[in-house]
Design a protein around this ligand. Structure first.
Ligand SMILES: *Cc1c(COP(=O)(O)O)cnc(C)c1O
Length: 356
């Protein structure tokens, strides 16, 4: 706190990202990064961008990242006018809060969800109502219908539960809220969900947000995108061009295009993560954990007898880091990112010993 802080800076409650410890040989299962490297074509494209003309970084990138929008449009069967790109999906979401969700009425999101949503509400002055998840930690679509609101946002699969909502339930929410934008944050959809992108042609109130951080192994490159009706995209462009005209640098654009185009690498990585997740869930259940059904690259699990905070600490003593949220309803759960097979085996071995 300092007298130089603005009122805005004083009143903020910032998001707290999962830690990125600077310790070697950690088994890092706390921030849902992909355990596999990105496509080699990503690195080649970035090197080509650097090598083509050593002075190219002297020039601003394409403010509209047209090459990337075109690649995303082709990949998902939409037009480039239906695509917005940003510096990580967190930035895309931020623009959506300011450009599409900030209205008179409060917006709706689940009580247990991505903890950045209330942070954006604080930053942009958006009122919100937290809608409780059902007892089994799933989203009940009826709870998002017949309730006046300024907009709706939820991840699908939800975070940090990993639970998936079916597309017909999403359609029900879209139909019940024709005058609100419904943002579906599909950060984890590639690990077992069905994307709502094919619905954007039928619902002008749907915005689907994706990231290259998880399923494309590019958390370090910071690229996210949104797909929706051109009028929704235009609102995001207006906010973006009032904030930072060049959110994606030259290397990010080149790398992201290559990542989107390498379908084979993408599918192979997703398959490996899914297989390991299902094995991890079964092994945790074998140790007595209750594991929520996950369609993501993490599992959410609690042990009926062991305190989650103590488990997290005991794992940490063995250089394994998982995420523990000290929040109502979920403070006895651990969120464990799906790592490589070896990492997951090490985790299970450690937990077997800790819970013995
Ligand atoms: C990881 C995550 C994001 C942010 O992704 P970035 O593109 O890395 O900013 C957005 N939403 C949810 C639900 C996430 O888990």
């Amino acid at each position: 706190m300092s007298r130089f802080w603005s009122r805005v800076a004083r009143d903020l409650t910032p998001y707290v990202p999962g830690e990125q410890p600077k310790i070697a040989n950690l088994i890092k299962l706390n921030t849902n990064e992909n355990p596999y490297p990105p496509s080699p074509k990503v690195l080649a494209a970035i090197q080509a961008e650097l090598g083509a003309d050593a002075a190219r970084l002297r020039l601003y990138p394409d403010p509209n990242a047209d090459l990337l929008k075109t690649a995303i449009a082709q990949c998902h069967g939409v037009t480039a006018q239906q695509v917005f790109v940003g510096n990580g999906s967190d930035e895309v979401l931020g623009h959506a809060f300011l450009g599409l969700l900030k209205h008179e009425a409060p917006i709706l999101f689940p009580d247990i969800t991505y903890s950045f949503y209330p942070v954006y509400c604080g930053l942009y002055g958006v009122e919100f109502i937290q809608v409780p998840l059902a007892d089994d930690f799933t989203i009940n679509p009826a709870d998002f219908c017949g309730r006046p609101n300024g907009g709706i946002i939820f991840p699908n699969p939800n975070a940090p539960t990993g639970c998936l909502l079916a597309l017909d339930a999403i359609e029900r929410i879209l139909q019940a809220n024709p005058d609100s934008v419904v943002v579906v944050d599909e950060a984890y959809v590639d690990f077992g969900g069905a994307t709502a992108i094919p619905l954007v042609d039928r619902y002008d109130n749907l915005l689907v947000v994706h990231t290259l951080s998880k399923s494309r192994s590019l958390a370090g490159l910071r690229v996210g995108f949104a797909v929706g009706h051109p009028a929704l995209i235009e609102a995001l462009e207006r906010v973006k061009n009032s904030f930072n005209s060049y959110p994606l640098d030259r290397l990010a654009i080149a790398g992201a295009v290559a990542a989107i185009e390498d379908e084979a690498h993408f599918e192979q990585c997703c398959r490996a993560v899914i297989a390991c997740r299902d094995q991890l869930s079964a092994n945790l259940a074998g140790l007595g954990f209750e594991v929520l059904p996950s369609a993501a690259n993490f599992v959410f699990a609690r042990h009926p007898q062991r305190d989650a905070g103590e488990l997290a600490k005991a794992l940490r003593d063995q250089s394994i880091i998982v995420r523990h949220f000290k929040l109502p309803r979920i403070d006895q759960f651990l969120r464990i990112t799906v790592g490589t097979d070896d990492e997951c085996q090490a985790l299970i071995a450690a937990l077997r010993q800790i819970t013995a």
